[in-house]
Design a protein. Sequence first.
Length: 219
Amino acid sequence: MKSIFPATGEEKIVKLAERRVAKIFQPYLTNGADVEAATLLLKTLRPSESMKVLKTWLNGWATSKRMSEDPFLPCLFGCSEEIDSLSHYIQCPMLLSLIVFLVGECSVDPLIRIGIKRPSTSCLIIQSCLFSGYHAVKAQARAGMIPLHEDVRTTANRIAWSTFAETFSAEAGECGIKCYAFTLTKFIDFIINSRHLTTEGLCKRVHFEALALPDRSDG
């Protein structure tokens, strides 16, 4: 952190982050957020990790909404009727499912997940890995390697989930965070039977009927 920003500008960065986070979470309140304390903890991370977390707080993801892409891409992880935006991803049930599947536990409070409420080193590192995972998926979407048309979203979801898991796990491993092995079969079973999200919340956003893997016993 010190190598990226001068000490004299730290207070300005904290204030800017507070404003940006409040805007990302609108219309919800950000009670309990402590960006100043989180910034102090951020200094203990490597510069590359600190920058990824800080970019999250400053709404620095390269989403369709932020980059004013035309047209906006849909949620890259399979949520129906949601667009490619950080405001969605901080509460995206599919992204939360991926994180919980990979690391075993994760707060349902998005303020804690992005590291600005009751900040911890582990949450900050996970947020850094999440940043990398998202941008790996977005790079493939931009390259046309992920088909985002509605009639092929099943294929798109599988590619996006696998890409995210591979990138997230690789970076987490470098930071000493153990991840569970990812397979599409296990993950799809996990999101269908998961209890950390409400059935209503998931069914509103995801077409579960399109997620079932083909029966391997047939031929």
